[in-house]
Design a protein around this ligand. Structure first.
Ligand SMILES: Cc1cc2nc3c(=O)[nH]c(=O)nc-3n(C[C@H](O)[C@H](O)[C@H](O)COP(=O)(O)O)c2cc1C
Length: 317
């Protein structure tokens, strides 16, 4: 009898543990997915037209507001991965972002002819940051910026990425970087209205609302906080969003809630791994077509005419 009770207890404990693991209630990526799925969209058919997904950024026109996220270390999944991604973005006439890379890699990415936004890490050494800004300018990037959310590790100490020391940046340091360049400077990793105000104060020419694919547990989903941040920004500079975007429907929800464009990271990594630049191009086109499908059924004729009132919130959020 005792034996049976012990076995039943073990089975229950194991299944409880499995349940907790599968829920991962702390995981910001899962919370973000749940929030996306809690948003519902009403339909508007009368007076609808074929929608345009043309996207204007810093004086240039692209076919889609779906941009490649600032990724790095893509050689781990595909030889010359960063350049292949850039080629795919170019073939889809989309904006490409480049994350942490050395100067030679950024030169190869921009040589692919893709309009690229270079995101420079918050290196502890500000002189090195200024050098990288100058180098990115020489490469002819469309814009540049910094992922300010990558300064700390989870232990409260300064982060070290591939042996490089990071350090958080103050408002005056950000102002110095921004003043050093004629190119638009974007602050990536804004997840509070407070940082949105500071980004404006620093003179940023764009922000990315993001939790850096779950850099901290229980991070608020970017789309949840987006309307508040968009209100602070008040159309003075573009607002971009990333984290967890998998489909055109996700893009539509982000645009409805105040984003000008979105970045897609992990959803292009598998196509990149399997089919290189063609996989990337096809994935951007697929997501853009899905976006157009939702725009058509919500009477949204272009990106500037998406009514936030089409979004409905399920109870509980
Ligand atoms: C493999 C990988 C590398 C990344 N490297 C960088 C980086 O160097 N700089 C940066 O700002 N963000 C980096 N990111 C974060 C992405 O730019 C983006 O914020 C994040 O992946 C969220 O989008 P997603 O859910 O569509 O992947 C990286 C993400 C991945 C998956």
């Amino acid at each position: 009898m005792l034996m049976i009770v012990a076995v039943l207890r073990t089975v229950r404990e194991v299944s409880n543990q499995r349940f907790m693991e599968s829920r991962k209630s702390w995981d910001s990526n899962q919370i973000t997915r749940e929030y996306f799925d809690s948003l519902l969209v009403e339909m508007r058919h009368i007076d609808a037209v074929i929608p345009s997904t043309k996207f204007e950024l810093y004086g240039e026109t692209f076919d889609t507001p779906v941009m490649m996220a600032a990724l790095s270390h893509l050689n781990n999944i595909r030889e010359n991965g960063m350049v292949e991604m850039a080629r795919g973005a170019r073939a889809a006439n989309a904006v490409n972002w480049a994350g942490m890379c050395d100067e030679a890699e950024l030169e190869a990415i921009t040589a692919a002819g893709t309009r690229t936004i270079s995101i420079i890490k918050p290196y502890a050494d500000n002189d090195y940051i200024l050098q990288r800004i100058e180098h990115a300018e020489r490469c002819g990037v469309l814009a540049l910026g910094m992922d300010v959310d990558h300064a700390f590790g989870a232990d409260g100490k300064y982060d070290v990425v591939l042996g490089e020391k990071m350090k958080p940046k103050s408002l005056s340091e950000l102002r110095e970087f921004i003043k050093s360049t004629k190119l638009p400077f974007i602050i990536k990793g804004v997840l509070s209205e407070q940082d949105a105000y500071k980004a404006l104060e620093a003179g940023a020419k764009g922000i990315v609302v993001s939790h850096h694919h779950g850099i901290m547990n229980y991070a608020v989903p970017p789309l949840f906080i987006l309307p508040g941040i968009a209100k602070v920004i008040n159309r003075q500079i573009p607002v971009f969003v990333d984290c967890g975007i998998m489909s055109g429907m996700d893009v539509f929800k982000a645009l409805s809630l105040g984003a000008d464009a979105v970045s897609v990271g992990r959803a292009v990594m598998e196509p990149l791994k399997m089919n290189g630049s063609e996989g990337v191009r096809d994935q951007i086109i697929k997501i853009t077509e899905e976006l157009a499908g939702v725009m058509a059924r919500t009477c949204s004729r272009d990106l500037k005419n998406i009514d936030p009132a089409v979004i409905w919130h399920r109870n509980g959020w």
